[in-house]
Design a protein around this ligand. Sequence first.
Ligand SMILES: [Fe+2]
Length: 334
Amino acid sequence: MFLFDRPLPFPNTHPSTYLPLSKEPVFDASKHLALEMPSHCMSLADLGYPPEEINRCASPFAYSDAFRILSNEGVAAMEVVCQEIYGNRNESAGTGANRLGSYARGAGYRSRFIRDFCDSQAVAEHLSKIAGVTLGRHSVPAVACGINYAPDDINRAVDTWHVDSVNFDVVMMVTDPRDLKGGEFQVFKGTRQEGQELLGIIGEEGGDATLPEARISSIPFPEAGYGFLQQGTHIFHRACRLLEKAKRITLIPSYEVLPAHDTDSTNAINMADWTDPGISAELARHEVWRASARLEQLLSDINLNDEPRALGSSIRKAVSQLNQFADKLESHSQ
Ligand SMILES: [Fe+2]
């Protein structure tokens, strides 16, 4: 029996190519967290989104400035764990045939420490206060806990312009950003439609193009352990290339809106083209779980006076995202 007001449990197994760490620190929220509130948040309206689009979103929140998440002890432990996983990061010829330089998605399969951090109720409640909507750890393990490393070739951007396939995510510095030359994290001050137009794309990923300086804002990270929250599906963002070779590690934990029948802008159709091991099953679990929650909600809402046409459209709405996803999966095997 799965519950709809808390995150979907992780699968019982892990992809065979992901090697769990044999020795690592034990996550302890009282020792490793030092949660603070951001000093400023931008809204979707600030970025130019119209009211009708904002009303369809889970929250009017766009992104915050960086705030402290980990204590010094938490940073030290997280850095050791991320370094350990570097040798088992995703293969660039497989999952890496995309915009990212060097990364480990599904880091929660490799590290219990990262998994417990991403699963932390204290972190989820804190982020919920910032976003103004209840958030829980994302149910797709590939994105629930991701690590980005700087690419070996510093001529490559750490991550090029894109919007995310998950509703909300944090970008947290694990290594000290004060040591870096370049590698800034930037957001586009505009809507995703404007960003797409300027980048000349129709999808989510825009390559390493240049956007007008006046439309770009860099997010300052005072030190390691600081991160910021964004409604990732609505913010074009990138991590610039390093100007000098250096260690730059960020942790990207992702979140979705709870309860599970509520708004979900997870772009499972886009993620279904990724080649991460287990990704199709992870996305199927997510979509089946969210559709189950919508159906359960509908079951409690159905009234004997409801008109046939309205009932039909409610049923269709509850399962439409699931059906679209099933179509996408079936298109793979043809
Ligand atoms: Fe992103």
